[in-house]
Design a protein around this ligand. Structure first.
Ligand SMILES: Cc1cc2nc3c(=O)[nH]c(=O)nc-3n(C[C@H](O)[C@H](O)[C@H](O)COP(=O)(O)O)c2cc1C
Length: 243
């Protein structure tokens, strides 16, 4: 095939999550092309247990507005008992799906998550103790970081983790396809907490549930886009043999 694997390594390792976008629209043909590239991934018995909701234009704007207002409501709820009681009474903003984001990380995972947060906030100049600034940074998720397109990835409930695995394989091919065209992406678990809002905008079977979003667009020159998240060495994930 005449394919150089060094080229692959430099291409794949040059992808980074993008967290600030230009408003430049992404043509429909490009969105379709990257979804087609996504679909070159393997899939459990070729079932393709995934569906994609493409939010752009008015739908994208309405969802962003709705998410931001829910986030405003829940943001207060995180500070102090009174705020929590108020939020529970109002119910506004409380997650309707993906409660994982509200739970603490397992002790096996907390170290990497903590150092990611520490390095990221220090890079963008946000003091870890400045809750307001951290909340503002998180709220950017609900503006889709300024991206003109948000893809919502749904997975078929019946195949459980294999649906998520299929979606992951699909997403990575899609993300790399976007990267090859000079587009930026960021997978977003943050937008998976209000599945009901997405369901109001798209016709989605109840057999599917929302896994995450992916924002898509042309990256800006903002510093945040040059953050290089730590990548582990293979030895950190390769299991030792039993003696
Ligand atoms: C399923 C999934 C959900 C994610 N959710 C978010 C999110 O809500 N907000 C965000 O800024 N980044 C999110 N990320 C991006 C990760 O933080 C990022 O991939 C990781 O730090 C490694 O950095 P890199 O993508 O630049 O290599 C998510 C990534 C994945 C795979």
């Amino acid at each position: 095939m005449g394919f150089d694997s060094n080229d692959f390594h430099s291409f794949v390792s040059s992808r980074r999550s993008t967290r600030d976008f230009l408003p430049t629209p992404v043509p429909d043909e490009i969105i379709e092309q990257i979804i087609a590239d996504g679909l070159t991934s393997p899939s459990w018995s070729n079932t393709r247990p995934i569906r994609v909701a493409v939010a752009k234009g008015d739908v994208r704007d309405r969802l962003s507005k709705e998410f931001l207002s829910r986030w405003e409501a829940i943001k207060g709820a995180r500070s102090g008992l009174f705020g929590k009681i108020k939020a529970v009474l109002k119910r506004k903003g409380l997650p309707t799906s993906n409660w994982i984001v509200t739970r603490p990380y397992h002790k096996d995972l907390i170290e990497r998550s903590k150092s990611q947060g520490k390095e990221f906030f220090s890079f963008i100049g946000v003091d870890r103790d400045d809750k307001e600034a951290r909340d503002q940074s998180w709220a950017r998720n609900y503006e889709f970081f300024g991206a003109p397109v948000e893809l919502f990835i749904f997975t078929h409930k019946s195949l459980r983790k294999y649906s998520a695995s299929d979606a992951g394989l699909f997403m990575q091919n899609l993300i790399l396809s976007a990267h090859s065209k000079g587009l930026g992406t960021c997978p977003q678990g943050a937008v998976a907490i209000w599945e009901d809002a997405v369901r109001k905008e798209f016709d989605i079977s109840k057999n599917y549930s929302l896994l995450c979003g992916i924002c898509l667009g042309y990256p800006s020159d903002e510093k945040i886009n040059s953050f290089n998240a730590n990548r582990p060495n293979p030895s950190e994930i390769i299991l030792p043999e039993k003696n």
